[in-house]
Design a protein. Structure first.
Lengths: 330, 330
């Protein structure tokens, strides 16, 4: 089993690599080879006994997709993208990386099959809840229409359509997953508008102050990094014929308010930790967050065996286990 | 008022050109200039006193879109595409013409604005009911999701997403229209799977035999060529801000069965004409047609002033008026 991860140096890419190395198998077959591609070279995973190749390469650059497809991996995880804010600020870069990069990959896989003989890898693609735009129903169902209100969401929606069509034509075996907002996101606070959803949990758990820029009744859609990795592995292992030609799924998640995040933090870590959260309303962030999805009805993904956390307490405990070695406090 | 029509030599393009020349104005402004582009040169319209330029050019070829955008037309109608059957048979050609061609045009308009100063033309784009795929609800509502089951439908759906995003970013003022199946399509019978919907009306009205390959209870979604031209002109004239960032509309039409087509033909033209229709079931066509939309609920387009025929009798009479000089029989 040869696995290629594109976007391997990112947060989800690193956790996925670690999970695959730990399990040692995918689809019941031993993982003998890993190819890790990203714009910066990913670290070689510790404890892996198979062949590893790390490539510092840009999927949107000429030739990269062809080189990657020629490696004929059995399973390809395509996680590479620039984020929403950057795609909105740099229109050309967003289309080049998020749309053209994915199209090059699909086309390179097709051409590899034409030139070098039958090639039909499972391609797991990470899409986004950004393919949806307000106004929303109370919970976004599997047949809600794609109405992106950002260039990022448009690019992801286009990739979903291409993934369907290339799969339908038998050029690739694609499965797309729309990830919830990953919480608790490890690392330092960043400038993403969604950053506070993680910051208000992660920073206090490390004994640091965190700023809450919105009101406590803001509702959003969450899954842990561990759940996200689980979605991707399940997407690689599932029977894709169950998807028909609607190849992208909204992943399950947890709909919770900021207030519910804080009360879960109190239950798990106590009042003192919660007291490190400081209210500081930010009108810009309030406005952005107002246009985001709050809740989903992910019947289809759940029926197909995808699983997420059902409480915020669980999400916080996963962070404490996976990132803090089980220990709370700075 | 300078109008550019891309795809001007096709059936809808020719009728649109004639209607614009006849009216002499668009948005209350006299039409002073017409630029007619297509892969084969369109005929110069008779009776037009303004400047006319006809261009034999391929929108998907390098430089074409830049040349067309540099003409800085006030209104652009983009009707150029290869049809569903051809796009399904020739994957590369379909993506090149139906997707890349449209993207080149959008990007050339954006670049024209950047390079030569503010340019925000109204761009009217013809999409298709092929963006939808079975299973369908009884009537497809304005918020039904895009699930194309053909490469053609995928390409049109991607263009709709690009049109939204370029409009939202202020690079173009786009309006997309998903046309119903145009009936009665003038000209000779063609090999399109949908051809019989027109053939069974047009051929008998001309005193010729026609083959009916499906059962009489097959239901489909129709509008006359005259209505289609009306949609395009209304799309050019309407207040596009009423669309928000959902820039493409399913046009109104008439949902009717083949049996209803035949009974309307009987009312308009009599039993002798109807007797020229010969049943000859074709399993291939029956299967294709089974996956097509049957009915739409086009609340949004109707509220915005788009109008279609409400009876099949009306559709047949329009054909007799516009194509047969009011006369039935060969």
């Amino acid at each position: 089993m040869h696995i290629l991860i594109i976007g391997a140096a990112g947060m989800v890419g690193r956790k996925l690599t670690a999970a695959l190395v730990k399990s040692g198998q995918l689809r019941g077959q031993a993982i003998s080879r890993l190819t890790l591609a990203d714009v910066i070279a990913a670290d070689k995973p510790a404890g892996f006994t198979g062949a590893v190749e790390t490539l510092a390469t840009d999927l949107s650059a000429p030739g990269t997709a062809v080189t990657l497809a020629a490696k004929r991996a059995d399973v390809i995880f395509h996680l590479a993208a620039i984020v929403s804010g950057e795609a909105e600020a740099d229109f050309d870069k967003g289309y080049r990386i998020n749309m053209d990069g994915t199209r090059y990959l699909l086309e390179a896989i097709r051409q590899e099959g034409i030139k070098a003989g039958s090639y039909l890898p499972r391609l797991v693609f990470t899409s986004s809840i950004g393919v949806f735009g307000a106004p929303f129903p109370e919970a976004i169902a599997d047949d809600f229409f794609l109405t992106p209100l950002t260039s990022y969401g448009t690019q992801k929606a286009i990739c979903e359509l291409l993934l369907n069509d290339y799969s339908r034509k038998g050029f690739v075996d694609g499965v797309g997953i729309r990830l919830p907002t990953i919480t608790v996101r490890p690392g330092k606070p960043n400038l993403a508008a969604s950053g506070f959803f993680s910051n208000i949990l992660r920073e206090p758990l490390a004994g640091l102050e965190a700023v809450l820029p919105v009101s406590k009744d803001v509702r959003h859609w969450f899954a842990s990094p561990r759940a996200a990795v689980g979605f991707l592995i399940h997407a690689a292992e599932m029977d894709s014929s169950a998807l028909g030609w609607r190849r992208t799924l909204s992943a399950p998640g947890l709909s919770a308010t900021v207030g519910e995040e804080i009360e879960a933090l109190r239950r798990v870590a106590g009042d003192k930790v919660v007291s490190l959260i400081r209210d500081e309303p930010n009108p810009t962030i309030i406005k952005i967050v107002d246009g985001w999805p709050r809740n989903f009805d992910t019947k289809r993904a759940r029926a197909l065996g995808f699983k997420a956390e059902s409480t915020m307490d669980e999400i916080i405990k996963i962070h404490i286990e996976d990132e803090l070695g089980g220990k709370i406090g700075g």
